[in-house]
Design a protein around this ligand. Structure first.
Ligand SMILES: [Zn+2]
Length: 343
């Protein structure tokens, strides 16, 4: 009996380990690794050759413009070589795997996507750009509403107490989607760090904003006291990721905790408030929570384009529209309260 139980436990641990390894099976595959190593040396994969891989440094003349000179230009060429090698080896390996009836596996944490004019994940890039456009539209209409449509207080001051906080939110969101689009079109160390750092900054800031708005913190000193520990933590975390170690697991935990915390705060607030637009809050919270499941139930790209991550970026487009609509309603609502008090 004892042995049976041990063997079952061992089997479970073993199958779990195999499952975990399988998640990054693509780039752990020795055939793929050999292919990439060979390609980076010779510049060729199965008859296709990439001139970027044989790039002599003396080609860059001294009188060429600054951006053509070392090290940025050479680094770019090096990235070109590496990414062309990885892509073509991946395509070849996936064809071989498909021929023997195996499904797609991830390479360097990503599914095998079809490349279009050098863009690695076309769907994610397109949806990131649409998210950016949606935030720009929301932020612009919010500013127009505040400065042209709503009454101003004496000395041309805005009535809405959270205006500047939402303005910063809009800028951080647009910054984040910009780097998301860049990262999904070209996945290298630098773009990855920029994307992750901007996303962490946005998540951390929107958590602070959720606390300040839901608890109706309007006094400047109180706002600083609430925000300071969060700002300190988020800044340290970003520095840690960029200059110490890029720990995906730890970063995932930090992001999930910050994301879930703000969803909970908004959900509880929407549950107790008498705000006329609280239903918009509800839809965004529930929609955002459901969309998060797509990150957990990761599936390979349909037609080589639409994977779970891309669909996740697509779902946030309508949610963003609704969210800015809620923010604008909040500005109108708070202004009307203030005017009633002044009467
Ligand atoms: Zn993304």
């Amino acid at each position: 009996m004892m042995i049976d139980r041990y063997s079952i436990a061992l089997f479970l641990v073993f199958s779990f380990l195999v499952g975990a390894l399988d998640a990054s099976a693509g780039d752990a595959d020795p055939l793929y690794r050999a292919c990439v190593a060979e390609c980076e040396k010779t510049g060729c994969v199965g008859g296709r050759c990439f001139p970027q891989c044989k790039f002599p440094s003396d080609i860059v003349a001294n009188d060429s413009p600054w951006y053509m000179q070392e090290p940025l230009y050479l680094k770019w060429k090096q990235w070109d070589c590496q990414s062309d090698c990885r892509y073509n080896c991946m395509v070849d390996r996936e064809k071989e795997r498909e021929a023997v009836g195996n499904g797609p596996v991830k390479y360097h944490g990503k599914w095998p996507f079809k490349r279009v004019v050098g863009i690695q994940e076309l769907a994610s890039v397109a949806f990131s750009a649409l998210n950016l456009a949606m935030h720009f539209h929301g932020w612009l209409t919010f500013s127009i509403l505040l400065y042209y449509n709503l009454p101003l207080r004496q000395g041309k001051k805005l009535c809405y107490e959270f205006a500047s906080l939402w303005n910063i939110y809009g800028l951080l969101a647009m910054n984040s989607w910009l780097w998301s689009a860049v990262f999904h079109s070209r996945d290298v160390d630098l773009t990855e760090k920029l994307d992750y750092s901007s996303a962490v900054a946005l998540l951390g800031y929107s958590l602070i904003l959720a606390i300040l708005r839901c608890f109706n913190v309007r006094v400047e000193a109180a706002r600083v006291m609430v925000a300071a520990p969060f700002l300190a933590f988020v800044t340290t975390h970003i520095l840690y990721l960029n200059f110490y170690t890029f720990d995906y697991g730890w970063n995932m935990k930090v992001c999930v905790v910050m994301g879930v915390a703000q969803l909970l705060i908004w959900a509880i607030w929407a549950g107790v408030t008498r705000h006329p637009s609280r239903w918009k809050c509800w839809v965004v919270v529930i929609g955002g929570g459901l969309a998060m499941l797509l990150e957990i139930y990761d599936f390979p790209p349909y037609q080589g384009f639409f994977d779970a991550h891309a669909i996740w970026h697509a779902t946030t487009i309508p949610l963003t529209y609704l969210w800015w609509s809620f923010i604008k309603d909040d500005a109108k609502f708070r202004t009307s309260i203030l005017l009633r008090k002044a009467d």
